[in-house]
Design a binder for this molecule. Sequence first.
Ligand SMILES: [Fe+2]
Length: 307
Amino acid sequence: MQSVSTLGYMVLGVSDLTAWEEFAVNVLGLQVGARVPGESLGLRMDDYEQRILLLQSDLDDFLAAGWEFESNAALNAFVDQARARGVEVIEENEQAAAQRRVARLFVCQDPDGIRHEFYSTAYRAHTRDAFRSSALRGAFSTGRLGAGHFVTVPRQSAQAKAFCENILGLQLSDTITGDAAPGVKLEVTFFHARSGRHHSMAIAEAPFPAPKRIHHIMVECTDPNDVGMAYDRCKRACVPILMELGHHPNDQMFSFYMVAPSGFAIEFGAGGIVVDDSTWEVKRYTELSDWGHAMNPPPHAPAQPAR
Ligand SMILES: [Fe+2]
């Protein structure tokens, strides 16, 4: 089966590009790439010209996942396979591909309306324009592992999972059924792509409808001290913390969750494991975190009256 290699980029629709730029550079430690004022802002994490693309939009939500292939031949074979399985895959024009900073671009929609984009050959930045973070001590963990991961909250979970496995060719990593809050059971299914980051995409099923298409996206850094330093930057900049520092039992990620200017969460972590399919054993966990990740009240919750 033809399957995607890695999650190369993510596209977010954001209503306040100015707030996002300040947040992305000074809190997350990303670098500004290509910019079209009032329309789009590319963000860098490494030698790619772009790893996160922000598009001006009132949605304030996740718009698209950019799945990478090592070669044009692998991309073509994947597109043929998806079409043979009944998915409408369209080749985008040069302008759309250039906005993503890739050579050729194909797109389709999943059962929940999230765009999945497929490409090979992402543009690399000029050597003289090496990636520099104004905030990070180490580096972002990218390369073949890709930009990070995202966790959707689909309305049609069974169809969404079938799409991951039968169309994208993702492999099941594991599942967690745990309490997100007292009395709120969450079931999360984690999928990895060929390059092996523990999960590039996960599907969370909650007992109530979610306001966004995603619960969070994740970016990972190589130095765990950068997780603590990012936490301090959030505190200084009054960025709301959704979940405090903690550790996940399945991907071994040490992380915390902040609230992005668009209202969804961003997990900032280090230490995530890489799956080797030849030895991997699928497990079912019963807790979302083995320590920490204490949930804070949502930022829009009214303050408790003083007694
Ligand atoms: Fe995550």
